[in-house]
Design a protein around this ligand. Sequence first.
Ligand SMILES: *Cc1c(COP(=O)(O)O)cnc(C)c1O
Length: 363
Amino acid sequence: MNMIPIAKPQLEEAEIEAVNNVLRSGIIAEGPRVAEFEQEFADYTGTEYAVAVNSGTAALHAALLAHGIGKGDEVITSSFSFIATANSILFTGAKPVFADIRADTFNLAPQLIEEKITASTKAIMPVHLYGHPADMEAMRDIAEDNDLILIEDACQAHGAIYNGKKVGSFGTGAFSFYPTKNMTTSEGGIITTNSKEIADRARMIRAHGSRQRYLHEMLGYNLRMTDISAAIGMVQLKRLPSYIKARQRNAKLLTDKLQGIEGIECPAVRNGCQHVFHQYTIRTRNRDQLSDYLKEKGIGSGIYYPIPIHKQPYYKELGYKDNLLVTEKASREVLSLPVHPAVTENDINTITNAIKLWSDEKC
Ligand SMILES: *Cc1c(COP(=O)(O)O)cnc(C)c1O
């Protein structure tokens, strides 16, 4: 039986040719294509600068370091995210502080951030989860009023728009190009910023703290992207608008068919927001049962994320004891359905008919 997969990177002849050209050029590590890709991604996102690195995790880590965040600092973020969000804060020696989320978009609730601000708070790091923008106007106000740095985990939200502006352009942005994301470079990531100082520092952090060869002004790492990845990224970036359209079309078809089915809650899109549907995520009380049922019918689904970060063994060991009720409920109820560009209208009928049958059998 052919499975409808939950994710499928779209790789075509153009990517293969782009990689071949890099290999033939002989410049296979960081070279001119990385610089070109950075300019194109900055233009797309509407920022002055972009600094390409070798993962989304590296982008978050370098963004925090570029802002001077470290030991003794607190960064407020979401526990309902991929572990890299909070781990990148730990890497710097700073402490992740978790605020609860909104029930509708699964993104940080602005009014709950304010309660968590202390004298040690240096930054807030909203996550644009599933491709739905966080409340950026409120986030920006909180950051300005409390003199805090704003770092956006935009790893799932390439091209998402909040009130006419792309995410990653409100604060310092961090994107991932992992194969399951809305565009890929194989492994890869990028930092976006309007600050020349932050871009320069991120470039140094990427290359062992040097801007002049063998002169090391600060502690840095090897976070470099290769020209092979950048070449794939440039092809994918050209197609990103059509990928987003396909995801939005699929999301609309899914919602049209799922709306009104007993026990299923469809994803919300807030006013002024362009959701890019990295994931199409429903809520249901019997989530694990539905996931098993769909698997039997050859339909892939995903749970992002079954254990909130503050409940992970390592974080419990660190002493985290938060009660984040909305986060914990979401982690029990969410189920993501296939929405990627390779999903056809026929696939959507298969998926939604199966969910309808499941719901009818239960009632
Ligand atoms: C994918 C992802 C990351 C990490 O990106 P990698 O490229 O896998 O390192 C960070 N945060 C979120 C929300 C992500 O989805």
